[in-house]
Design a protein around this ligand. Structure first.
Ligand code: CO8
Length: 259
């Protein structure tokens, strides 16, 4: 399905979101966020995919929030815009879907925040990351100050945030901001192969692992452990565990899609 600012399609249990506003480096405006909400609604309503790959058309993944739209906002409007972006990204983080950012180029400001809201990040050799908001006289607004330190540690995050420095894919890998790097022409194949690997696993256990990690990151170890035990029980109760364990004992590959 083609929206004004992005394309969305599914292929088997994979979904693909391609940010498609290359003249503006795929910058995120209010309209784009509403289109993303529409995509997330469809994904949930139709149970359309287990893994969704997000990428960008042209030179950028996403070069930030739309500076043209933001320039004349007042305090109230900018706060509302910040809340809208935070809502979309938090929703992705809490959905029963694994999001993979296939970062093809610039992931700056809101674009870096978008990539961080995904569960996994693959960077092309051409990718660049940064939170350059201080150059514009503003803080990040889509929870970059919250996700970046959680992902790469406070010291590195603080430096990137207060200097606005832009880093390349290799630095991002060394910082733990991305999972791996590929040649630009291999980016989508690499993302698809990672997606296929995840789709072959037990869907209930994959969903539960995402929830356990994300909830546990916000909780003390006892609360996180208790949630994990519940998730563990839920996997057994779903029947998925029997499928996986029987296949192991019978020395064959499990077929979770039939359980
Ligand atoms: N918003 C709007 N337009 C943009 C943006 C953007 N973020 N980024 C690029 N563009 C536009 C340019 O203005 C230009 O338009 P035009 O052709 O009409 O002049 C076009 O895209 C191409 O850009 P460049 O000519 O600059 O291309 P280059 O290859 O020379 O440079 C860069 C590419 C390095 C990506 C450069 O465009 C750049 O630095 N962009 C801005 C990056 C940035 O500062 N991002 C952070 C934005 S702020 C933000 O994301 C805050 C998030 C939370 C806000 C919520 C609170 C309200």
């Amino acid at each position: 399905m083609t929206y004004k600012n992005l394309d969305f399609q599914t292929e088997g249990r994979m979904g693909f979101v391609r940010m498609n506003r290359p003249d503006a480096m795929n910058a995120l405006n209010t309209e784009t966020f509403h289109e993303l909400i529409h995509v997330l609604d469809r994904l949930e309503r139709d149970d359309a995919a287990d893994v969704v790959i997000v990428t960008g058309e042209g030179k950028a993944f996403v070069a930030g929030a739309d500076i043209v739209e933001m320039k004349d906002m007042d305090g109230q409007q900018s706060r509302a815009f910040s809340r809208l972006g935070q809502y979309v990204f938090r929703r992705m983080e809490t959905m029963d879907i694994i999001f993979i950012a296939a970062v093809n180029g610039y992931a700056l400001g809101g674009g870096c925040e978008f990539a961080m809201a995904c569960d996994l990040r693959i960077a092309s050799e051409k990718a660049k990351f940064g939170q350059p908001e201080v150059n514009l006289g503003v803080t990040p607004g889509f929870a970059g100050t919250q996700r970046l330190p959680r992902l790469i540690g406070k010291a590195r995050a603080m430096e990137l945030l207060v200097t606005g420095e832009v880093i390349d894919a290799h630095a991002a890998l060394a910082y733990g901001l991305v999972n791996r790097i590929t040649e630009p022409e291999d980016l989508m194949d690499e993302a698809k192969s990672l997606a296929a690997k995840i789709i072959a696993k037990g869907p209930v256990s994959v969903r539960m692992v995402k929830a356990c990690v994300n909830r546990g990151m916000q909780a003390d170890i006892d609360t996180g452990g208790a949630f994990e035990s519940d998730a563990f029980g839920l996997c057994f109760a779903s029947g998925e565990t029997r499928t996986g364990m029987s296949a192991f004992l019978e020395k064959r590959e499990p077929d979770f899609r039939r359980s």
